[in-house]
Design a protein around this ligand. Structure first.
Ligand SMILES: [Zn+2]
Length: 160
């Protein structure tokens, strides 16, 4: 699968939808488009399917340039993106995080799903604030978040 970038105007903001892997080809795709971006950019991660270590380096280089004179927002960060943000603060840079997906598993029927947490709706105010339980759509059991909640939301306590 290749990388495709889609930029869409949304009022004062431009939304950059990144599809495909974040890997050694990422920089070649992203760097040439920085100059064309306006001052307010939302980066949507919903269609990122994997992240490798070359990709992390490429992403950090991109963000260092992209954040100069711009407001950046990250939205729909996948569980993998959230774990990069938690491990490597530079992956986020100065971007503000608006929504993330956490993955949940059901102990009872082995159903897996993603639950979205959005700022102003159900995002916890701090890493240890806790999140409401999520009921399995298949069997009604209480599902467990696959990561430790306080580790998954560790980034909430960092400025940004
Ligand atoms: Zn279940």
């Amino acid at each position: 699968m290749g990388i495709t970038l889609n930029v869409e105007k949304k009022g004062q903001w431009e939304q950059l939808l990144y599809s495909g892997p974040i890997n050694e080809d990422t920089e070649v795709h992203l760097m040439p488009m920085i100059k064309g971006l306006g001052p307010n950019v939302i980066i949507n991660f919903r269609k990122v399917d994997s992240v490798n270590s070359c990709g992390v380096r490429a992403w950090i280089n991109f963000i260092r340039e992209a954040e100069k004179g711009r407001k950046l927002i990250y939205e729909e960060c996948t569980p993998e993106i959230v774990s990069q943000i938690n491990m490597i603060p530079n992956f986020r840079g100065t971007a503000h995080i608006k929504s993330v997906y956490a993955s949940f598993a059901c102990d009872n029927c082995d159903h897996h799903c993603w639950v979205i947490y959005e700022e102003g709706r159900n995002m916890p105010a701090s890493a240890d604030a806790g999140v409401p339980t999520h009921k399995c759509e298949k069997c009604g059991n209480n599902m467990e978040m696959e990561e430790m909640e306080d580790e998954f939301f560790a980034w909430v306590d960092q400025a940004g």
